[in-house]
Design a protein around this ligand. Structure first.
Ligand code: IYR
Length: 225
């Protein structure tokens, strides 16, 4: 039997292929080793990428768990150069103010090793921008519907999205211009959607250099009980 009713709702049998413990170890290690190659990249090749690649990356993000399975996310994929330009100009306007006066010196000091500044050419160079919106509530037939754990759910979906971008062989940077309401205006999103994250997606430019920084070792991030 692969279907049954539980509390009146249809359920389907769940199964995964049965793997040996060695296979589990191999899988876990191989996925870690692949993810450990991921780096934040701020320089992109302008080479085009098939839409189907981005579609599958977004489909992967959409497999994330969410509060009460409300899937409170919208992924706007921008490839139109005019719209990318508008987004770049608006982001740089905010970033100029942020770097100039909004960010305290300590914050700017912390960012120095990453070499960031107000200029965001990657917003035009990358073939795609994925703008993630969180839906504070849903809209069904003109009525508001409740969403739960919205930021957590969308944050998890963004994790899946970033992993999928990397796994496909592409690169991204998690860009969060602040404030980012301009994204709602440029993309004409409805009031129940709030901008959450902006990700340029493309091939990393040939001869890209990234900061020589390392990740915390296991004994700093894992506590056993
Ligand atoms: N949003 C700015 C500043 C910035 C902030 C953090 I925290 C970073 O990790 C990186 C940058 C920018 O995108 O430049």
């Amino acid at each position: 039997m692969d279907k049954k009713l539980i509390s009146g709702f249809e359920h389907i049998a769940y199964s995964r292929p049965e793997l040996s413990l060695e296979q589990l170890e191999d899988n876990a290690r191989a996925f870690y080793e692949s993810m450990a190659q991921r780096r934040t990249v701020r320089e992109f090749d302008t080479r085009p990428i098939p839409r189907e690649v981005i579609d599958h990356i977004v489909l992967t993000a959409g497999t994330a768990p969410s509060g009460a399975h409300k899937q409170p996310w919208t992924f706007c994929v921008v490839e139109n150069p005019e719209i990318k330009r508008q987004i770049r100009l608006a982001a740089e306007e905010e970033e100029k103010i942020s770097y100039g006066s909004r960010m305290p010196d300590g914050w700017k000091e912390d960012l120095k090793p990453l070499g960031t500044d107000w200029r965001k050419p990657f917003l035009e160079e990358a073939p795609y921008l994925i703008v993630v919106f969180k839906q504070s509530y849903g809209m069904k037939e003109g009525e508001k519907t409740q969403h739960y754990y919205v930021s957590e759910s969308v944050g998890i979906a963004c994790g899946f999205l970033i992993a999928a971008i990397h796994q496909a062989g592409l690169a991204t940077v998690t860009h969060t211009p602040s404030p980012m309401n301009f994204l709602s205006e440029i993309l004409a999103r409805p009031a129940h959607e709030k901008p959450f994250l902006l990700l340029p997606v493309g091939f990393a430019k040939a001869e890209t250099f990234v900061p020589a920084i390392t990740r915390k070792p296991l004994d700093e991030i894992l506590i056993r009980y």
